[in-house]
Design a protein around this ligand. Structure first.
Ligand code: ADP
Ligand code: MG
Length: 447
């Protein structure tokens, strides 16, 4: 966000003002400058707030060049000035700003997504720890770990878990005041309150909550004043035994632009990461969604989606929604071919160049075998099947030579690869499950 008053800008402003004073003289300075508030530098525009139209017009007419010149001498690149008017009723541009009302809105459960409940959250290995931690927080009368810091990549369920926790607290402890807010909104409110000199009430409104949830705190990185304020609010809430739940796309120690003492403070409670999805979790989520939709989709299509759309859960849901919408509109049965057709673009973006490594990884994941087994000489049935399919796919989907493929499977001979390819071709003719497996795996790897 470029329109942030950070402490640096405030400092520059204070110093620049004394230069302005020197340039225009004490009298003029006292009349026009003392009540100006710096707001931000946004796209080379220095934004200032003035107490009245009269002051604004005069400053613009007489002193904007001086101010711009001086502020630029402190290393800023400002081209011009824009001035908003505030008055003691906190009205700027006729926009009524009311902290209490704002925070009432944030406390309102209507900001929570109805679908984001614990019941709708499918638990698997990648998210079981974060899930358990969230449940514990929702059930605890007083915080057992504070803060709870959830982190993981986009679309993996952080917001879902936070909303679910808020819903559960609302249910378990109806009197608790829970605030769920994005870090961006938090900063926006803070900056507005600075602008209207109502920082006190800003502090108060957050300090009165029982549970404060701030989503995507990586946005706070680099915004000095907000960090500072956040830090104070944070400490006070923790000291008063109020629960804080935070989410971010990185662990506390990896957050960019966040002060060390804040980083370490953020890691004091419980840090729970949500890992990338596994095939099982993706399939479980798809199954749970179609149950919610009360529709039926062939298993092989679900499996195909689970193999194919690995980026994140949001995309997986999007793909499913699209297939469902398509089939309802067009009235076509959903088949693997339909899915393939309807999702062409999504599939392409999930596709990476097919390499032997990618094939090995997919096949291992699909069959639940270890890579070390796949490239060994073990003759366990499941391993042999996976190995043969993987070799077959390498032969068909990559341009690697038979000796190269053999080499990548633990230094096997090219004749082993030929043998595998032959076996797969034979089995496809007789074994329908095997045939379906191969089809899903192939479609999932094809470009
Ligand atoms: P994040 O905040 O981590 O970017 P979200 O919480 O917004 O991700 O999740 C993206 C989408 O995926 C949401 O629609 C959410 O309901 C869904 N989702 C994520 N994890 C799960 C899960 N374990 N079970 C069911 N749905 C999930
Ligand atoms: Mg989110």
């Amino acid at each position: 966000m470029s329109s942030v008053v950070d402490s640096k800008l405030r400092q520059i402003w204070t110093e620049a003002l004394s230069d302005v004073k020197g340039a225009i003289g004490d009298g003029a300075f006292k009349t026009w400058m003392t009540k100006l508030e710096v707001v931000a530098i946004d796209e080379n525009v220095l934004k200032i707030a003035a107490p009245s139209n009269f002051v604004r017009d005069n400053v613009l007419a007489r002193y904007s060049d001086t101010i711009v010149k001086i502020i630029n001498s402190y290393g800023c690149t400002v081209r011009n000035l824009s001035i908003d008017v505030y008055d003691n009723n906190n009205t700027v541009n006729n926009e009524k700003y009311d902290d209490a009302q704002k925070i009432k809105d944030y406390n309102d459960i209507s900001v929570l997504d109805k679908r984001f409940t614990f019941k709708n959250f499918v638990v698997g290995k990648p998210n079981e720890f974060a899930y358990a931690a969230a449940i514990r927080v929702a059930e605890s009368e007083i915080p057992s770990f504070n803060p709870l810091f959830l982190y993981g990549g986009v679309g993996l369920g952080k917001t879902h878990l936070m909303h679910a926790t808020a819903w559960a607290i609302h249910h378990n402890y109806p009197n608790k005041k829970v605030i769920y807010i994005s870090a961006e909104k938090f900063m926006y409110l803070f900056i507005k309150s600075l602008r209207f000199k109502s920082a006190m009430s800003f502090k108060e409104m957050f300090r009165a909550v029982d549970v404060l949830m701030i989503d995507d705190v990586q946005f706070i990185g680099g915004k000095d004043t907000t960090q500072e304020e956040f830090f104070h609010t944070f400490n006070e809430l923790v000291d008063n035994n109020r629960q804080i739940i935070l989410s971010a796309d990185k662990s506390p120690s990896d957050l960019d632009g966040v002060e060390d003492r804040l980083k370490s403070r953020l890691g004091w409670g419980l840090v729970a990461d949500i890992h990338p999805t596994t095939y099982e979790l993706r399939l479980g989520i798809l199954q749970s969604k179609i149950k919610q939709f009360k529709i039926s989709i062939p298993d092989n299509v679900l499996e195909f989606l689970a193999v194919k759309i690995t980026s994140n859960i949001r995309e997986l849901e999007g793909a499913l929604n699209r297939i469902v919408a398509h089939s309802t509109l067009v009235g076509r049965h959903i088949t693997l071919d339909v899915a393939h057709e309807v999702l062409k673009d999504i599939l392409r973006s999930n596709e990476r160049l097919v390499t032997i490594e990618v094939i090995q990884k997919k096949v291992c994941e699909y069959y639940g075998v270890k890579l070390s087994d796949l490239i060994s000489s073990r003759r366990h049935k499941a391993v042999t099947t996976a190995r043969q399919i993987a070799m077959y796919l390498c032969k068909n989907l990559t341009t690697k030579s038979l000796p190269d493929i053999g080499k990548s499977f633990g230094g096997k001979d090219h004749s082993t690869v030929i043998h595998s390819v032959k076996k797969v071709k034979e089995r496809v003719e007789t074994d329908r499950t095997f045939c379906a497996d191969l089809e899903i795996l192939t479609k999932s790897l094809e470009s």
